[in-house]
Design a protein around this ligand. Structure first.
Ligand code: MG
Ligand code: MG
Length: 613
């Protein structure tokens, strides 16, 4: 499949954008006119640079407000179009995007639309230019692809075809099924965009909140499936208007975009099944996705391992020993393994730095992540060590794949500690909560879902004294691996090194939280103190008996309940920017105690005297 991306998607000058797109692996680009207008490069220079970079120039866009107007206005538009055609000839671009009229249309008459677009086509033909007509979702008279397709058919000119843009179709809730019936040679261009499910005016939604495929809520694999069935074999491009992408690192955003198209091809193959390869559009498959069976370990980086080690000991973890070559220690309890790493930790009090996940075939997981352009962790190992392959997520978390029957093979590299002792209280890692820099969130969602084969659940928002925290859970269907991503509110980045002053955590699962909590308290642990008001509210909401309530309050435990079951949890004090959570799930409770998150954040804010300003 030939891939392209509109220059409007990313930040930088036109030259920087072109370099980044080529480096990320795109075959071509759409030139957004504004980017060219403000560029110091002449059209000939742009063309030459594209040649040098191996990029095709696929589309010139946008041309607006042509059809449905009186003759005088139309003639003026034709003159404007002719100037653009000449410009396009210098650039060597043969396709122009014509958006359905939004601003100037005053005559609602399909016949007029057709005749005016036909006259544009006749002019375009003289310059060897093709017109791709796109129905904007907020077009004044033409705003569905069925309507724009009817007009393209009525124009009946070889230089006029349709442009299909997934945003304009799916944002309206239109059924894309009829795309499969459009003759492939009349589909002149295809633009893809995903978007979070929002309830707002479509224009603002489109201009600010589009995201790359896989980062929003649209069924783009289905959209692609219909496109494939049409017999289309042309370019598939990304056209994303997103405020964050337009101010983020250009090379990273370009890779994020490329990753989305690689992932989407694979998703579409999965959807179409065995017949996927019988169509002209050649989709590339990824190495097979594997659903992870659980966490392998969680890793904490700290220059002061004692504080973290102390907390683990209080929670019943066993010190398993130090790595024979590295200043890294292993702690375990049940199936929960936590690594304390003091390498590259200068200035880091404590942070969640990475985790491992278990898959059936670690090598396959690595191949898939590599194909998805995940940057690898530069980590060397000696010949007698178990080779681990890891990747750096957009939020800087280091993620490793492992394949083991019971204890990981790498655990043998740790020694001089105790044998794994099982107190029976901790059963494993429940979830890991990762802080997301504002510019990494969408990228992280696609990264983790595509490389780790996790499913994104609908996001939530949690109020905190630091601001509103957007939160999204990514997980396996069975809950064996759960990640919660939180967007850090503005102003919590350390301006010197970009580190986030926002807590992340590792949640440990137990089947007996009261015993575990009492033992931890007896061992000297202090939990995050929960305000008294919380328990009054709890009593009012759930009608808990006095005994349960006072037990909860005595231990600073939090409680939630839904139609499936109950959830009990507590938090340790924060060390650096991390803390630990202990959770117990009863019955079929499958959430994370979301109603309690504001209580936790407020208590931490108070306790740690975090300040934004
Ligand atoms: Mg478009
Ligand atoms: Mg982090």
């Amino acid at each position: 499949m030939r891939t392209s991306i509109a220059t409007v998607c990313i930040s930088g000058t036109l030259e920087q954008k072109m370099h980044a797109c080529a480096k990320a692996g795109f075959d071509g680009i759409e030139i957004f006119e504004q980017d060219l207008t403000v560029s110091a490069m002449s059209p000939e220079e742009v063309r030459a640079l594209a040649d040098r970079l191996g990029l095709t120039l696929d589309l010139f866009q946008p041309f607006r407000d042509l059809e449905g107007v009186d003759e005088d206005s139309f003639v003026a538009s034709l003159a404007r179009a002719e100037a653009k055609f000449k410009f396009m000839n210098r650039l060597g671009i043969d396709t122009m995007l014509l958006c359905s009229n939004v601003g100037t249309a005053s005559i609602n008459d399909d016949e007029l639309f057709m005749s005016q677009i036909r006259r544009l086509a006749e002019l375009a033909a003289r310059y060897g230019v093709k017109i791709a007509y796109e129905a904007l979702a907020w077009g004044k008279y033409v705003n569905t692809y069925q309507h724009s397709w009817a007009i393209v058919q009525g124009v009946d000119h070889p230089n006029v075809g349709i442009c299909l843009d997934s945003f304009h179709i799916l944002s309206r809730g239109d059924d894309p099924a009829e795309i499969a019936q459009i003759p492939a040679e009349k589909i002149f261009f295809v633009q893809l965009a995903d978007a979070p499910v929002l309830s707002m005016d479509i224009l603002s939604w489109s201009r600010h909140y589009r995201v790359f495929p896989g980062e929003g809520g649209f069924a783009l694999d289905q959209f692609m499936g219909y496109l494939v069935k049409s017999g289309y074999d042309g370019i598939v491009s990304l056209e994303i208007f997103n405020d964050v992408f337009r101010q983020s690192d250009v090379e990273r955003t370009a890779v994020d975009g490329m990753r989305s198209l690689i992932w989407l091809q694979d998703q579409t193959i999965e959807l179409l099944g065995a017949g996927a390869t019988e169509f002209p559009l050649e989709l590339s498959a990824l190495p097979a996705a594997q659903t992870p069976s659980g966490f392998d370990y969680a890793e904490i980086r700290t220059e002061d391992p004692e504080a973290v080690a102390g907390m683990l000991a209080q929670l019943g973890f066993t010190f398993r020993g130090q790595h024979r070559r590295k200043p890294v220690t292993l702690w375990s309890a049940g199936d929960a393994r936590i690594i304390i790493n003091t390498q590259r930790s200068r200035g880091i009090t404590a942070q969640v730095s990475g985790f491992g996940i278990q898959v059936a075939d670690a090598q396959l997981g690595t191949s898939r992540a590599t194909a998805l352009k995940a940057p690898s962790v530069p980590r060397h190992h000696t010949i007698d060590e178990h080779p681990l392959h890891g990747f750096i997520a957009p939020d800087a978390t280091e993620v490793f794949f492992g394949t083991w029957a019971s204890e990981p093979a790498w655990a043998a590299e740790f020694g001089a500690g105790a044998a794994p002792a099982d107190t029976g209280l901790v059963s494993g890692l429940d979830h890991i909560n990762l802080a997301q820099p504002w510019q990494a969130f969408d990228e992280s969602v696609l990264f983790y879902t595509s490389t780790l084969h996790l499913e994104a659940r609908p996001g939530t928002e949690v109020p905190s004294p630091m601001g509103l925290v957007r939160s999204q859970v990514l997980r396996t269907d069975d809950g064996a691996v759960r990640l919660a991503l939180n967007i850090v509110p503005h102003g919590l980045e350390d301006t010197r090194d970009g580190a986030l002053r926002y807590p992340e955590h590792i949640a440990i699962h137990t089947d007996d939280i009261f015993t575990l909590a009492r033992r931890a308290v007896a061992a000297g642990m202090e939990f995050l103190a929960v305000p008294r008001n919380y328990y009054e509210d709890l009593a009012a909401r759930f009608g808990l008996d006095e005994e349960t309530l006072s037990a909860l309050q005595e231990l600073n435990l939090l409680y939630d309940r839904d139609e499936h079951g109950e959830f009990l949890h507590f938090y340790t004090e924060t060390v650096g920017t991390m803390f630990l959570e202990v959770v117990q799930r009863k019955g079929g409770y499958d959430g994370y105690g979301a109603p309690n998150a504001p209580v936790r954040l407020a208590a931490q804010f108070e306790r740690n005297r975090w300040s934004k300003y």
